[in-house]
Design a protein around this ligand. Structure first.
Ligand code: FES
Ligand code: FE2
Length: 349
């Protein structure tokens, strides 16, 4: 499936964000993840769990069923499943066939996020989840981190990854808020390892973004560093730092200091869960940005959904025209394709 090879959708053996931790509570939360219906909830002891969202009897949605203690009782004929997925009760008979079990998924809470492993549970290695240190999430009292928005996007997930891997769009799609023309005109420095793909732009003596002007009343030039680390397969941890430019009174004075986190999780083949969160030493700044960034994220969602509409509606979509600035996005696509190829190769034929 575009932009991947025919037959490729998404890597399954990887940690994806299933939900912000604060979305998971006592009520059953239904969410499609990599084309599978999943139910998330918190047991009485506070542990968050993820189980299959389809009853194996007649496919009734378990997310629309009933909690009985830590178990789920199917809303159709009452078959009951424990939080580990094992069937515990069948109302119409005294025996409980093991085959009636549902799948339970590895789920780990770290930082603001609950991470799910949709693939082979035997391969679910927690050390593959980005560490808080790696994503710039600090636990000291001066640092404030906050989930901002969960958005259900009507577009395939890779359109959002491509968006985040090409920040030349900041000065155009978001020209009125978080970007300037220098975001596109400044060369990127990239670095890739087995866990993540990093891209950074350092802008010196550059005009302030509208966000900096509005938040700090600063009209003079600034120095800025901007970029994201793409942790495979679906988490982007970014920096957006700026200082008063050299040569001005107050040169080097910090202005914005933010860590931004975008989690991109395939829902179905043509829908995506998009989780945006932010952290900073500047608590007031985070609170300012909650409202400020709402229309900015809506611009990315608009672009994603509008592109999805075009590529999934046209009879034939011409090959896209690539620019040098697409290098990071292409590198990101290659990593995901390689993960999918490795999974396909490991499947028994
Ligand atoms: S469909 Fe769930 S018990 Fe029948
Ligand atoms: Fe954007």
């Amino acid at each position: 499936m575009y932009p991947f090879k025919q037959g490729s959708f998404a890597p399954r053996n990887g940690w994806y964000v299933a939900a912000f931790c604060n979305e998971i509570g006592e009520p059953l939360l239904s969410r499609w993840i990599l084309n599978q219906p999943v139910v998330l909830y918190r047991k009485a002891d506070g542990t968050a769990v993820a189980v299959e969202g389809r009853c194996p009897h007649r496919h009734f949605p378990l997310g629309d069923s009933k909690r009985v203690g830590d178990a789920i009782q199917c809303g159709y004929h009452g078959i009951t499943f424990g939080a580990d997925g094992k069937c515990t009760f069948v109302p119409s008979q005294t025996t409980v066939p093991g085959v009636l079990s549902i799948r339970s998924y590895p789920l780990v809470e770290r930082g603001l996020w609950a991470w799910i492993w949709p693939g082979d549970p035997a391969l679910a290695d927690e050390s593959l989840i980005p560490t808080l240190q790696e994503i710039g999430y600090r636990l000291d009292a001066g640092f404030h981190a906050q989930p901002f928005y969960y958005t259900h996007v009507s577009g395939r997930y890779q359109l959002l990854n491509d968006n985040l891997l090409d920040l030349t769009h900041l000065g155009y799609l978001h020209g009125g808020s978080i970007g300037t023309a220098d975001d596109a005109a400044t060369p990127e420095v990239r670095d890739q390892d087995a866990r993540r793909l990093r891209s950074r732009r350092t802008m010196v003596n550059t005009p302030p973004t509208p966000a900096i002007r509005q938040r700090f009343g600063h009209e003079g030039l600034v120095d800025r560093v901007s970029g994201l680390d793409f942790f495979f397969p679906g988490f982007h941890a970014g920096v957006g730092d700026s200082w008063v430019a050299q040569g001005l009174p107050d040169a080097g004075k910090p202005l914005a200091d933010s860590r931004v986190w975008h989690a991109v999780t395939p829902g179905t083949r043509h829908t995506t869960h998009y989780f945006f969160a932010m952290g900073s030493n500047d608590r007031d700044g985070v609170e300012f940005m909650v409202d400020y960034l709402k229309p900015v994220i809506a611009e990315d969602v608009f672009a994603t959904e509008a592109i999805e509409k075009i590529i999934s509606t046209m009879d034939e979509v011409p090959t896209e025209l690539m620019l040098r600035s697409d290098t990071t996005a292409v590198m990101g696509r290659r990593v995901l394709q390689a993960m999918m190829d490795a999974e396909a190769a490991a499947q028994p034929s």
